[in-house]
Design a protein. Sequence first.
Length: 266
Amino acid sequence: MLSQFLKTPLTLGLGQAAIVVVLCAVVTAFARTYSIHVERENAVGLSRGIVQIVLMGYVLAFALKGPKWVAVIILVGMILAAGVTAARRARGISGALRVSLYGLATGAGLVIVLMTLCGVIEWKIMSLIPIGSMIIATSMNTSAQALERFRSEVVSHTGRIEAALSLGADPVLAVTPYVRSAVEASLIPRIDNLRSLGIVWIPGLMAGMVLAGSDPIYSAIYQFVVIAMLYAAAALSSLTTTLLIRPRAFSSAGQLTLRPKKAAAH
């Protein structure tokens, strides 16, 4: 219907974006009736999202005309930005940014490099940047979920952890169950994506390849390859990030520093 009134791609895109923003605002207002306040996060997320994706469109238009090493610079920049975003979920833990960057570099970075060297990802800007960005984004989300879950688990079980410490337990071992819980919880969406692939959802990459004239069977197999890469990178990033953040919940003397706000105030 919009295309009947908005004739140019730019005006059509802006019209579609406006409708989606209104939809998000309605959902946010509905959530507020249940005392769920995400107004600020919603406004910031929508504003940043539209600006950043438009800017990335210009960057891609430039990158497609440039040398291949431009893709490396763009992906490194994405990892840095993803690290900053994921680290915010570990508030109250020192060194969260460094840990987040290490985790993303180990997970997303390693998978991108290995898969490119093996030829799974083509060494072309039009392949490397889109697929690489999906791997980085998935790793970022998974790492952020793992950090948030680890922090909340430790804060919720402060008494149990301190009881274990008082009995002589090693600090790292005292929080090991919460590391396991954090990693497992962060991987649930990734595992569900694999299980529901082709039944519940058909990802855009496969649909795009088919529309571009690729063999449907190859398109389906390659879509599975991409989803499997996303899982591998996410799992490696989540595990690395959580293992590295584990000792940072304690002081050098082995005392638990990650505590509930009320307890920390006394």
